[in-house]
Write a protein that binds this ligand. Structure first.
Ligand code: PBG
Length: 336
């Protein structure tokens, strides 16, 4: 039987989506993405010949520097050309001195990546103390409290040492007050006025960081990070943090995590005049992997929706452990 459309005169216009084939659907897409928006987080560690899988993040590894180049090559070939380095040192102390050591793990990784890839890769570093302090907190301690102001000096020193080793951009993730300005002043004072700062401006205290702390061995030895990371009940506080960081000179502001915070991404994107980044963190990755392994969700569809959700919310930069997979989905035309 032939399908018939009944057209009545004066029929009320019903709500209607544009229908049609794939060409039309792509023509009218509201959110467009490409690989240049993606940043891949990479864990580098001391040692030789090491490429160890992170138990809570299947498919993600800690690389020793000699093993890292293979991964960087792969990323570059998939079209992902921005990398964020996280360092896992062999040695930790109260003052987190490995964070700003000239031969610290991140500094060495940067020099090697620069030597091998020149300017073909954009090298970003996470600036924080928690991977380097014996107590696992993001700054110096005074008793059991993080001592904000003395920490600023060390963060600035860390950022400078990264830039001197070849970083293109630094990303402070510690959440101390005033650190963006402290880093800006330190970099400018050494002639690095062109190096941008991407601040983890709106960073909530989150259970979604669990697998990262396992990966980096950076869980706090006591207490939690709630005195310096944000309470997830708060929205206005997120606006305030974003504005403060822009004021101090942040060039890009980040919202983290991404998945449960897309309202905040939208809010911040509407508020500030700088690009907004969203970080889909380790717990988001782990959940998808676990669900997919059990056959409960379809991995590719879920990661595509998570990514597009962040962009739709207003992010123009997206940090994700799924960057290579997203690049492939773009190659296949599934998203883009
Ligand atoms: C360092 C830092 C963390 C993450 C990025 N930088 C851990 C934390 O704040 O506890 C989390 C990244 C992730 O979970 O993927 N402060």
């Amino acid at each position: 039987m032939e399908c018939q459309t009944v057209v009545k005169e004066n029929m009320i216009q019903r709500p209607r989506r544009l229908r049609g084939n794939g060409i039309l659907r792509k023509m009218v897409r509201e959110t467009r993405v490409d690989k240049s928006s993606l940043i891949y987080p990479l864990f580098v560690r001391e040692g030789k010949g090491i490429c160890e899988e992170i138990a809570t993040m299947p498919g993600q590894y800690r690389y020793s520097i000699d093993q890292m180049s293979h991964k960087l090559e792969q990323l570059k070939n998939s079209g992902v050309d921005s990398v964020m380095f996280f360092g896992i040192p062999d040695y930790k102390d109260e003052a987190g001195s490995g964070a700003y050591a000239q031969d610290g793990i991140v500094q060495k990784a940067l020099r090697e990546a620069r030597r091998q890839f020149g300017k073909e890769l954009y090298l970003i570093t996470d600036v924080c103390m928690c991977e380097y302090t014996s107590h696992g907190h993001c700054g110096l301690l005074c008793g059991e409290e993080v001592d904000n102001d003395p920490t600023l000096e060390l963060l600035a020193k860390t950022a400078l040492s990264h830039v001197q080793a070849g970083a293109d951009m630094v990303a402070p993730s510690d959440m101390m007050d005033g650190r963006v300005l402290a880093i800006r002043n330190e970099l400018d004072g050494h002639g690095f006025t062109q190096i941008p700062i991407m601040s983890y401006a709106v960073k909530y205290a989150s259970g979604f960081y669990g697998p990262f702390r396992e990966a980096a061995g950076s869980a706090p030895a006591f207490g939690d990070r709630k005195s310096y990371q944000m309470d997830f009940h708060n929205r206005k506080e997120g606006r305030k943090e974003a504005l403060l960081d822009v004021d101090e000179g942040a060039d890009i502001v980040m919202v983290k995590p991404a998945l449960a915070y897309q309202d905040i991404v939208r809010e911040v994107a509407d508020l500030v005049e700088v690009p907004v980044a969203a970080y889909s963190v380790s717990g988001e990755y782990a959940m998808v992997k676990a669900g997919a392994k059990l056959g409960y969700v379809e991995e590719e569809r879920v990661i595509a929706e998570m990514a597009i959700g962040a962009f739709r919310a207003g992010a123009s930069v997206y940090l994700t452990y799924f960057a290579p997979e997203l690049a492939e989905l773009m190659d296949r035309g599934e998203i883009g």
